[in-house]
Design a binder for this molecule. Structure first.
Ligand code: GLA
Length: 726
C-alpha cells in the first residue's frame, strides 16, 4: 500500500510486514526516513536530526543554516559534487566538462499495477502498486524518475531509475545506480556471495568498517566471483532472528554493490551498473533506464528474507508457462561424453535413461559446425552431419520414440577464430583497434551490442530450433568480456558498449521467448557465472556450477539459496570419482543433493550398474512425487555447511505446513560420536506429523526438541525425512 501525504510530501510504502518511507523536505531534497519492520504512517522525518558538523557544506537554499548539510542527512538517491561526500548514485557530465548531480523533488504519481521496463527484466504484479517520484537537476535540465513497485504480499519493494534529458544539449551519464539505501545506523554486517569458477556464491560476512566496502564485476557478466545480491543485517542476525535487508539487482552485466559506513555512523548501500567504463550520452529528449533492483527487509532473520525472495522470484519473475508446470527431469551428455559422441551414442544413453523416468535428453556442446573440441566451431550453428546424419530431423524422433523430449546446448555470444562465422566477419568480435583481443577457452566474444550480429546468430539458431521438436535450450557463456570496444559506436559512445551488450543478450532472449514460448531455457556461464535475477526473467533455471561434487555443492547451493529458489538451481547427479575433485560419494547422496535443485543426471547411464539404475529409478520417482513440496515449498536452511559441523541439512515445507521434507548429508563422521537431534523449522506446532511413515511427533516437539538421528557410519551418507500431518 502506498500512502502519500501531499501536505508534507511524505511517501509511506507498506508491505505486509515492512514499511519504507521518504519525504521531500523544504528544499525539495528527497530524504530517506525509514525502512524496516512495519510501522504506521508516522512522519519519521523527526528521527533525522540536524547539527552544525565540521567541514559539512551547506547547499545554497539553506542560506546561513550551517546545520543543513547534504553530507549528513539520509537521502533517497544521492547526487555528487555538491556537498555529499558519501557514495554517489548518479554522476552527470555536462558539455562544460563539469561532473556532478544535484536532485530536487518536482512531483509524484501513484499507479495501480507494477511498472515494466522496456528491454530490461523486471518483476511483475498486476496486484502491485507503483510510485513514481520525479526529481530534477535544474542546471543539467535532466529529469530523474524513481520507480517503486510495492509487492505487498511478497514483502518486496522494487526500484528502477529513468533519466530523461529535457534540455537542449547532450549530457553524459557517468553513473546511474539502481538503488541507494541510507541507514541511520552502521552497526550492521554486510554479507556478499563470492567465489570462483566451480565454487560460486560462498557467503562472506563481516561487520561494516569505516569507509567503503563491497563487491562488483568488471567482467561484463555478474561473474563467478561475486553475485549481484547482498545482505545488510544486524550483527546478531541469524536464520531466525534479527533485521535483515536483502538487495538484488536484476542485471546480468558488470555490477557494483558498495556499502559505506560514514563518519557519523550511518550506512549507505549503493547498487547498480558498474561505473567502470560506463558512460551514456543522452542527446536532447533521450532517456536511459537503469536496471531494476529489489529489496526485502525481514524482521525475522535471514531465513525469512530468503523465503520472501524465493516466492517473489518464483511467482513474479519467472515467466509463464514455466512456474506452473512441472519441469522435466533431464539427462545431459556433457560429463558423459564431452565432445566425443554420435547419434547412436546419445540414443544409447537415452535408452537407459527413459525407463528410469528421465524425461528430457539434453545434447550438450559439440553438435554443430566443426566443434570436435573447444578450439573451433563456435559461431557455426548448423548440425554436424558427420556426427548426426540427417540432422535434428532424424535425431529427435529417436528420442521421442523413447518417450523423451529433446534439448540442445548453445553459446550464441561466442565465436572461435576457427569458424566460418569468424572467417567471414572478423570485425564482429569485441576488440580494441590496434590490439589483438585476449582469448579465453580459445574463444572471442561477439559484439552483441550490434543488431546485425545478433540477427545473424539468431537466424541460424532459430532455424535449428524450427527444424525439429526442441523443447529445451541451455544458453551458455564461457568467458568474461575483455577488449570492450564496439565498431558500431562512435568514440564518445564507447562507454555504452558493456551495457548495450547486456541489452543485446536480453533482446535475443526475448526473441527466443517470443518465437519459441514453450522452449525451456536454462542459463549457464561456465557453470554459475551469470546467476542473477536478470537472467532468471528469461531462463527459469540456471546451471548452478560446473562443480557437480555433492559435498562442494552443499556449500554452493547453500550460498545460492540466500536469494534464489530451489526451482532455479540447475543441479545434476554425476559420476564418481567426481571429475572435478575426485571425491567419491554414494549415489543416494548425490541424488539427495541434486534434488535440492532442478534435478537431472549428467553421466553415461549406459555404463551404470543395475544397482545404481535402481537407485536412480527410485530417486526420480521420489522427486516427481514430491515435486511441489521441493520446488514450491518454503525452504529452510537447518545448518551452515561452512561451519564444518557433522552434517548439512535443509528442509522444504509445504505452504499449508501439512507436509515437509528434511534432507541431511553427513560431512564429518567420527567413531564414538554424540547422539544428535535434528531440529526442524516451519512446521505447525499444533499438528502431529508422521515421519517416514512411522513414528508420530508433534510439530512443536520436532521444532523445539528435534528428531533423533541415527549414529553416522560411513562417509557422506544422506537421509531424508518425509513428514506428513495426520
Ligand atoms: C560450460 C558449461 C558446461 C558445459 C560446457 C560445454 O563449461 O558450464 O556445463 O556445457 O561448457 O562446453
Amino acid at each position: 500500500m502506498i500512502a502519500y501525504d501531499k501536505n508534507i510530501n511524505l511517501f509511506t510504502l507498506h508491505t505486509r510486514s515492512t514499511t519504507y518511507q521518504m519525504k521531500a523536505d523544504q528544499y525539495g531534497v528527497l530524504l530517506h526516513t525509514y525502512y524496516g519492520p512495519r510501522t504506521g504512517n508516522d512522519d519519521l522525518h523527526r528521527l533525522i536530526r540536524y547539527a552544525d558538523r565540521g567541514c559539512a557544506p551547506n547547499p545554497d537554499e539553506a542560506g546561513l543554516d550551517r546545520a543543513y548539510s547534504l553530507d549528513t542527512i539520509p537521502q533517497e538517491y544521492s547526487g555528487c559534487g555538491v556537498g555529499d561526500f558519501r557514495l554517489p548514485s548518479m554522476e552527470l557530465e555536462l558539455p562544460n566538462g563539469s561532473r556532478s548531480a544535484s536532485l530536487r523533488y518536482t512531483g509524484c504519481e501513484v499507479r495501480q499495477g507494477k511498472y515494466a521496463l522496456e528491454g530490461l527484466p523486471a518483476f511483475r504484479g498486476a496486484e502491485a502498486e507503483t510510485l513514481v517520484i520525479y526529481l530534477e537537476d535544474a542546471a543539467a535540465q535532466v529529469q530523474v524518475e524513481l520507480y517503486y513497485g510495492v509487492l505487498e504480499e511478497y514483502d518486496l519493494i522494487t526500484r528502477a531509475v529513468r533519466v530523461v534529458n529535457r534540455g537542449g544539449q547532450s549530457v553524459r551519464l557517468c553513473q546511474c545506480a539502481s538503488l541507494c539505501l541510507d541507514f541511520p545506523r552502521s552497526d550492521l554486517d554486510l554479507i556478499t556471495f563470492d567465489g570462483c569458477h566451480m565454487m560460486e556464491r560462498c557467503p562472506d560476512r563481516s561487520p561494516l568498517r569505516s569507509g567503503v566496502q563491497g563487491v562488483g564485476s568488471v567482467r561484463g557478466t555478474a561473474s563467478h566471483q561475486h553475485n549481484p545480491f547482498v545482505v545488510l543485517c544486524e550483527h546478531d542476525a541469524n536464520e531466525d532472528y534479527g533485521i535483515c535487508y536483502g538487495a538484488m539487482l536484476l542485471y546480468s552485466g558488470g555490477f557494483q554493490a558498495l556499502a559505506e559506513r560514514s563518519q557519523y555512523d550511518n550506512a549507505r548501500l549503493v547498487m547498480g551498473i558498474n561505473p567502470y567504463h560506463f558512460t551514456w550520452t543522452l542527446a536532447p529528449g533521450e532517456s536511459f533506464t537503469a536496471p531494476e533492483a529489489a529489496l526485502v527487509c525481514s524482521p525475522r532473520g535471514l531465513g525469512q528474507m530468503s523465503r520472501q525472495f524465493h516466492r517473489a522470484i518464483r511467482e513474479r519473475l519467472i515467466q509463464d508457462p514455466f512456474e506452473g508446470q512441472r519441469r522435466p527431469v533431464l539427462i545431459n551428455n556433457w560429463e558423459a561424453t564431452y565432445f566425443n559422441f554420435n547419434a547412436d551414442k546419445l540414443v544409447e544413453i537415452a535408452k537407459t535413461a527413459a525407463p528410469l523416468g528421465i524425461e528430457l535428453f539434453v545434447m550438450d556442446d559439440g553438435w554443430f559446425g566443426a566443434r570436435n573440441d573447444d578450439n573451433r566451431g563456435l559461431g557455426d550453428w548448423w548440425v554436424n552431419q558427420e556426427k548426426l546424419p540427417g540432422a535434428l530431423e532424424a535425431l529427435v524422433p529417436r528420442f521421442q520414440e523413447l518417450g523423451m523430449r529433446f534439448g540442445i546446448w548453445i553459446e550464441p555470444e561466442m565465436v572461435n577464430e576457427d569458424s566460418q562465422l569468424y572467417r567471414e566477419h572478423p570485425d564482429w568480435v569485441l576488440h580494441i583497434p590496434g590490439r589483438a583481443p585476449a582469448r579465453c577457452r580459445n574463444q572471442l566474444v561477439l559484439d552483441f551490442s550490434r543488431l546485425e550480429v545478433r540477427q545473424h546468430v539468431y537466424e541460424q539458431i532459430s532455424a535449428v530450433l524450427s527444424s525439429a521438436d526442441v523443447s529445451y535450450i541451455k544458453w551458455d557463456m564461457n568467458r568474461s568480456l575483455t577488449d570492450v570496444w564496439s565498431a558500431g559506436l562512435p568514440p564518445e559512445r564507447q562507454g555504452e558498449t558493456y551495457h548495450r551488450y547486456v541489452l543485446g543478450v536480453y533482446e535475443m532472449l526475448g526473441w527466443l521467448r517470443r518465437d519459441f514460448p514453450h522452449v525451456l531455457i536454462e542459463g549457464c556461464a561456465g557453470g554459475g557465472g551469470r546467476f542473477d535475477g536478470g537472467m532468471l526473467y528469461y531462463t527459469p533455471q540456471i546451471w548452478c556450477s560446473d562443480n557437480t561434487d555433492a559435498i562442494d555443492r552443499l556449500r554452493i547451493q547453500y550460498g545460492t539459496s540466500f536469494c534464489y529458489p530451489v526451482s532455479t538451481v540447475g543441479a545434476h547427479v554425476s559420476v564418481v570419482p567426481n571429475e572435478e575433485n575426485g571425491r567419491v560419494t554414494p549415489m543416494e547422496t548425490r541424488g539427495v543433493v541434486a534434488m535440492a535443485g532442478t534435478f537431472g543426471y549428467e553421466m553415461d547411464l549406459s555404463k551404470t550398474s543395475q544397482e545404481d539404475q535402481e537407485i536412480i529409478r527410485q530417486q526420480v520417482a521420489f522427486f516427481k512425487e514430491h515435486y511441489d513440496l521441493i520446488q514450491r515449498g518454503d525452504y529452510y536452511r537447518l545448518s551452515d555447511p561452512f561451519q564444518n559441523g557433522p552434517y548439512t541439512a535443509w528442509e522444504h515445507v509445504s505452504p499449508d505446513r501439512r507436509e515437509a521434507l528434511a534432507s541431511l548429508v553427513t560431512c564429518n563422521t567420527h567413531a564414538a560420536s554424540s547422539f544428535l537431534n535434528l531440529r526442524l523449522k516451519g512446521l505447525d506446532p499444533e499438528l502431529s506429523y508422521r515421519v517416514n511413515g512411522g513414528d508420530v511427533y508433534s510439530g512443536a516437539a520436532l521444532m523445539a526438541a528435534g528428531y533423533p538421528l541415527p549414529l553416522f557410519y560411513g562417509e557422506y551418507q544422506s537421509m531424508q525425512f518425509y513428514l506428513e500431518a495426520l
